[in-house]
Design a protein around this ligand. Sequence first.
Ligand code: PRP
Length: 216
Amino acid sequence: MIKREDKITVALPKGRLFDQSIDIFSKAGLLNEHISQKTRKLIVESENFRFLIVRAKDVPTYVQYGVADIGVAGDDVILEQEPEVYIPLDLNIGVCSIAVAGKPTDREKYFSNPTYLKIATKYPKITKKFFSEKGIRVQVIELYGSVELAPLLGLADFIVDIVETGRTLKENGLEVIEHIRNSSAKLLVNRISFKTRNDEIKKIINNLENYLTKVV
Ligand code: PRP
C-alpha cells in the first residue's frame, strides 16, 4: 500500500481535458478507479495518484514549482507561459487549432496587407509573436473568456483563439480567417521530480507512450 505522501501528484485541467486525461491514464493501465471532476473537491485521490483539479492555465505553475510532479497542459497554455518543465510526451488529446477568426465580411480587410490590427485574445504572447512575424502591428486586447464577443461588438477587428469543433465561431457568425498552428495536450514533468522519482515517472511515461503508439 502506497503512503499518501508518496503518491505522485498530477495537476489536471478542469473542463474538457480532464476526462480525456483520466481516460488515457486508465487505458494506459495506470489507473483502475473512475476519477470524476464533478466534485467540489480540489484534490482527488486514487490508489497511486493524487490529482489536483485546477484551472488549465495554472497547470504549468503547479508543475514548475513542484507542487505537482506531473501535469497535463495544451500547447496553447504552454506557448503562452513557457514554463520551466520537461515536456516528454504529446498525449494527442485536446487536439485543436489556434487561429485568427473574425467576421466573414472582414476577411478582405485581413488579407489587404493591413499595417495595424486590434486583436482580442486570451493568448497575448502567441498573438504578438504571430503578427510580429507577419510584420503587422497589433494592439492586443486581453480577455479571459467569451472572446468571440469582441469582433461582434467592435472591441477588436479579429480574435486569436482555439478552435476545436468550430461550433462557438459558427454560432456567433464568425469564421477562421487564418490558421496559426495546431495544439494538443502534452505531459509536463517537474524537473526535480524527474530526477528524484525517476523510476515512477519513467513508468508513467512508458505506459502512456506504449498506449499511444498502439492507438495513433
Ligand atoms: C474555448 C475557446 C472557444 C471555444 C472553442 O473556450 O476560447 O471559445 O472553446 O471551442 P469550439 O470550437 O469547440 O466551439 P472555453 O470553452 O474554454 O471557454 P472560455 O471562453 O470561458 O475560455
